[in-house]
Design a binder for this molecule. Structure first.
Ligand code: PNS
Length: 173
């Protein structure tokens, strides 16, 4: 690699929805690498909370001021997408030991498929280590507060969703 070639990193995920944990990891990656491509996987979940277009729009809104963060979608093998983008790095967040096994398997499979692409793991700030998109959806769907756990734009979109489709009272009486 020449001294001038840009280091491009892909941050892949479902981002349904984007959490403050994701934001923290992407910001850390944007300080380490020249260019970040946040890549939203197409068609993971048959019943997503937000469509891929909505997720992309939210991520774009949150990182609007960051010149070296772009948002895109991908399907198929992540390493093929990384090659297409000229990326040499995949960035993933590691919150706790419970993430490790899944991430370890993915990283080694990706290395098997593409030995020149390196996976790097970044740890989010401690206050975000217990947040996941799955828990955000669960808490929100049961009427709990997700204030401070997702970016304000995501929270606004969640509220709008709740108004459009009021939830049945899920709390025990
Ligand atoms: O946010 P998620 O759902 O944990 O992200 C998972 C993701 C998108 C990183 C993973 O499912 C993925 O890379 N999918 C693409 C398919 C692929 O390349 N599979 C083989 C490598 S394990």
């Amino acid at each position: 690699m020449s001294a001038t070639s840009a280091r491009i990193a892909v941050c892949p995920g479902s981002f349904d929805p984007l959490t403050m944990g994701h934001v923290d990891i992407i910001e850390r990656a944007a300080r380490l690498y020249d260019q970040i491509v946040v890549a939203v996987l197409l068609n993971v979940d048959k019943r997503p909370l937000f469509s891929v277009d909505e997720r992309v729009a939210l991520i774009e809104e949150v990182f609007a001021g960051r010149d070296n963060v772009a948002v895109d979608t991908f399907q198929g093998l992540l390493v093929d997408y990384a090659h297409q983008k000229g990326a040499s790095v995949i960035v993933r967040g590691l919150r706790a030991v419970s993430d490790f096994e899944y991430e370890f398997q993915m990283a080694l499979m990706n290395r098997h498929l593409a030995p020149r692409i390196e996976t790097t793991f970044l740890m989010p700030a401690e206050q975000y280590t217990y947040i996941s998109s799955r828990l955000i959806k669960e808490v929100f769907s049961l009427g709990g507060s997700v204030d401070g756990l997702v970016p304000p734009a995501v929270e606004a979109k969640l509220r709008a969703r709740r108004q459009a489709r009021p939830l049945p009272d899920a709390r025990p009486t």
